[in-house]
Design a protein around this ligand. Structure first.
Ligand SMILES: Cc1ncc(COP(=O)(O)O)c(C=O)c1O
Length: 344
């Protein structure tokens, strides 16, 4: 049975054309700075993001952790929104690798400049020193919502006025840009450092980038090596990412339309609640009057994979390998899965 995989936009397989580009990639030893395809990818990413330099890294987690390592000292505090990736989903790497702790600002993933200021510690030596603020755009746990542009600018300005550095976890900044119509560089402008992922909506098999000033990237290069992330003929992977940047950005609008169609279909389903207006990009949160685990298990037997993210909440994510027909099938099957799972 072919599965319709809505668990994450990381589930994509490289397309034949992407595989072809990867197979043809010119390579060299990237630890020695001699991989031409990696250099091309880093230059192209820095250009799109609007920063001086970029560093190809293995994952979004490494990108975020490089931001923390380069902009904090052990014992510092990092402010992030509720449900932020480095706070919840990076195996406590901030504590383990950089010796920082986290403070959550606002509710629901977003926060304004006053929320930020309220979460910054007073200067007495017995408090942790707040040194970095991280925003996530689009916000995964908040259902792929895009940060209101003015609010992001105001938070970054206040952070700088308070002497803090500002990082953007832009794993899905490509989706945010397509949805808002604002170009990626403008969205990244208020931030000192930015991490972006090629392996989510863009459909590359592996890879992310850490972007910032040339000095920040050179400092990050040392951490990447220290953490075992110095890769050799990695141009094969960089070629997939370059292909994705060139060919898979504009089509994200299709994923967004598919997510909206899924949300609208499920909103009509009994015992399911979806905030259709909140579906701005490719992520749909579905609240069900049933056990989310039971719905997910039932859906799996019918050929639809999605994640239970709470006792009664499921998450579905659209991507390159999900067509409009798949969405229509998924709406029908999920409707049945929800009604049959309800008393369990
Ligand atoms: C918002 C966000 N940031 C960072 C990451 C980490 O990416 P990776 O899985 O490549 O470490 C993810 C992964 O899903 C994410 O959703």
């Amino acid at each position: 049975m072919r599965m319709i995989d809505l668990r994450s936009d990381t589930a994509t397989r490289p397309t034949p054309a992407m595989r072809e580009a990867m197979a043809r990639a010119e390579v060299g030893d990237d630890v020695l700075g001699e991989d031409p395809t990696v250099r091309d990818l880093e230059e192209e990413t820095a250009r799109i993001v609007g920063k001086e330099a970029a560093l190809f890294v293995s994952s979004g987690t490494m990108g975020n952790q490089l931001a923390i390592a380069t902009q904090t000292r052990p014992g510092d505090e990092v402010v992030g929104g509720e449900g932020a990736h480095p706070v919840l989903y990076e195996s406590a790497a901030g504590a383990a690798l950089s010796g920082v702790q986290f403070q959550v600002a606002g509710r629901g993933g977003f926060f304004n400049a006053d929320d930020l200021e309220a979460s910054v510690q007073p200067p007495q030596y017995w408090h942790p020193r707040t040194s970095l603020v991280a925003l996530e755009n689009t916000h995964n746990r908040a259902g792929g919502r895009v940060w209101p542009a003015q609010m992001a600018v105001a938070v970054a300005e206040r952070a700088h006025a308070l002497g803090l550095s500002v990082h953007l976890d832009g794993a899905r900044i490509w989706n945010g840009s397509v949805a808002s119509g604002i170009d990626v560089a403008t969205m990244c402008l208020p931030f000192d450092t930015v991490s972006v992922c090629f392996s989510k909506g863009l459909g590359a098999p592996v890879g992310s980038a850490f972007c910032g000033s040339r000095a920040a990237v050179e400092q990050a290069r040392r951490f990447r090596k220290r953490w075992g992330g110095g890769m050799r003929q990695v141009g094969i992977l960089a070629a997939g990412a370059l292909y994705a940047l060139a060919h898979h950005r504009a089509r994200l609008a299709d994923d967004h339309a598919n997510a909206r169609a899924l949300a609208e279909g499920l909103a009509k389903t009994q015992r399911a609640r979806v905030e259709v207006q909140g579906v701005e990009t490719n992520i749909v949160n579905i609240d069900v009057q049933a056990s989310a685990q039971a719905v997910s298990a039932k859906a799996r037997t019918m050929g639809v994979l999605l994640q239970a993210t709470g006792p009664s909440r499921l998450r579905a994510v659209t991507h390159l390998d999900v067509s409009r027909t798949d969405i229509e099938t998924a709406v029908e099957l999920l409707g049945r899965a929800i009604s049959s799972a309800r008393g369990e």
